[in-house]
Design a protein. Structure first.
Length: 179
């Protein structure tokens, strides 16, 4: 009987110990890289995201003369990215930048009024038609502070300049007819 009791005890101990073992299989999920094409903006570090998880939208930083317009799945900016979406593969997000708009003012110094023009950052500045002022010849548009003539090959920057008309008195010839 003692032998039988010992045998039962040994069997119970073996069953208890074997029941305590963790026989579960650990499956490591795939991890994917999300990279960024920032189109001249600040660098955004690639994220490594576990399959099936979402991730937080990173700060895009700044780009001079532009406003951040979101992250997109394509470089044509047709499909914006939803950061609550589960990641199932590696992909690249494209940063959309919207050009800021700036104005240029024109002071004609007694000539006809020229309306301000608004342009996107980085666009070519197209100067208005020359103003007119009776008795004067228009010499060009100038930056008053630097007394430098403004040429027509400028690119719109981040400042909102005022350009000033420069005039010189015209020389006129009068012809009289006598009868």
């Amino acid at each position: 009987m003692k032998k039988m009791l010992k045998l039962v005890m040994v069997l119970l101990i073996v069953m208890f110990v074997s029941g305590c073992e963790d026989n579960s299989v650990i499956v490591e999920k795939e991890k994917y890289f999300v990279t960024y094409e920032t189109d001249g903006g600040e660098t955004v570090v690639a994220y490594q995201v576990e399959e099936g998880r979402s991730f937080t939208e990173p700060d895009a930083g700044d780009k001079l003369g532009y406003t951040f317009g979101g992250y997109y799945l394509d470089d044509s900016f047709n499909e914006s990215y939803d950061f609550t979406r589960a990641v199932v593969e590696a992909f690249t997000l494209y940063t959309k930048w919207i050009p800021d708009e700036f104005s240029i003012s024109f002071e004609t110094n007694g000539g006809n009024i020229i309306d301000d023009i608004s342009l996107d950052f980085g666009s070519d500045i197209v100067m208005p038609e020359d103003p007119e002022k009776e008795g004067y010849v228009f010499l060009g548009w100038f930056d008053e502070d630097l007394l430098v003539e403004v040429n027509s090959e400028l690119i719109m920057g981040t400042e909102e300049p005022t350009y000033y008309a420069k005039w010189e008195p015209g020389i006129f010839t009068r012809t009289f007819e006598t009868n």
